[in-house]
Design a protein around this ligand. Sequence first.
Ligand code: CU
Length: 201
Amino acid sequence: MVASVTAGNVQVQVLDKEGRPVPDAVVVVYPSTPAAPVASNATIGQQRMRFVPLVTVVAPGSRVRFTNLDRWDHHIRGTAAVNNVPGAPLGTNFEMRLAGATADATGGEADVVVQEPGAVLLGCHLHGSMRGHLFVTDSAYTLKTDADGIARFDQIPEGAAQLRVWHPEQLVDLPRRALQIGAAPVLESVPLSVVPRRRRS
Ligand SMILES: [Cu+2]
């Protein structure tokens, strides 16, 4: 399976072990001149017993708002995943109980400021099936794959670069790949060593 060239100077398609596209993988490119990501705000809803979106990518220093859109309480927790950025401290742990929405009032909200790069696993003390992921990146060039498993980057500086692919079910970190960014588009296909479960929609 080959990604079509429609835009961008680097396109990465993430595939599962059986060759099918994998959405919601995180693709990180580290150019030879590193570029720190810019902190921003993000919102993660709790809706119909799911975290929406499933995977959220932010920079260190970002404020992440959790908003309960269900009519029942959630008790959210965030724990640093085992599959963390090498060298990053385990941590960024938090928990919060968010009241359910009522006919008269919106549900509970709470903010967390994430500081350390790495993957944070989101769960709920009340609903064991709820899983989400917060990926705190250390590169400005970080994207989630789309429904076709593709991440398209437009402006990666020329020169040597490293490619990292992260997926919550890829428990053994994939080795980073060396890329050479030049005038011609770079197309990379990265297979996971697992077949992720499909999320109900
Ligand atoms: Cu819950």
